[in-house]
Design a protein. Structure first.
Length: 220
């Protein structure tokens, strides 16, 4: 999906995050299309990022790299209550520090089973010919994780508990459980036009649209 097809600045968006320091921090940016679909346009995975550095890098990616404004919210789970926030002796948590730097933080719903159900729902085909959730091919960590995630043999609706590289799936699960909604209005464009332009752009420029059936094939 390219800005020339659907103006990213005209779409509302939010970000999902799985916090971590020694374990990887994972974050994804979700564009909210007016027809009810969502497009993950960017990911960020890194180890050893201090909270204030994370916030500054977040705004740089959002404003400079993506050309977006303020997100609806940043829904976060994982290691967000660890008290290694601002690099002083004050003891702020990561969550508090990100709020201090202007990020509109929201605590994640950590319901695992319903979260996996929501991801399954988002990856099923929509009436528009693409899944309800599409992922930009540049988000290689998420793509690889979805394809590699093993099922728990004893609990089929859960991940194998020995699968540790699940940070991208965790943060996308938080995003799916945040009850996102479509962009209400796109300036000077009807919903049908946006949906059609989105499909044309994906077909022309991004052939690797990821959905329930395309993930393994695209990775392979």
């Amino acid at each position: 999906m390219r800005e020339g097809a659907v103006r990213w600045r005209d779409l509302e968006f939010f970000t999902s995050m799985d916090g971590g320091f020694n374990a990887p921090m994972s974050m994804h940016w979700w564009l909210c299309l007016p027809d009810g679909r969502f497009h993950i346009c960017r990911e960020w995975k890194e180890v050893g990022v201090w909270a204030e550095d994370l916030a500054q890098r977040f705004w740089k990616i959002t404003r400079n790299d993506l050309g977006l404004g303020r997100p609806r919210y940043v829904v976060a789970g994982g290691d967000i209550d660890a008290k290694h926030g601002i690099k002083t002796a004050h003891g702020e948590t990561v969550f508090e520090t990100l709020q201090y730097y202007g990020m509109p933080m929201k605590r994640a719903d950590r319901d695992r089973l319903n979260g996996w159900y929501r991801i399954h729902e988002l990856l099923r085909p929509s009436p528009y010919g693409t899944p309800w959730l599409t992922v930009d091919p540049s988000c290689t960590y998420l793509i690889r994780t979805i394809a590699a995630a093993p099922q728990d043999e004893e609990h089929p609706d859960e991940l194998d508990p020995h699968f540790s590289d699940d940070h991208a799936l965790e943060d996308v699960r938080y995003g799916a459980m945040s009850r996102p909604s479509p962009t209400v209005r796109v300036r000077q464009q009807a919903i049908g036009d946006v949906g059609r332009m989105f499909q044309d752009a994906m077909a022309a420029n991004r052939p690797g649209v990821l959905g329930a059936e395309a993930v393994r094939r695209s990775v392979a």
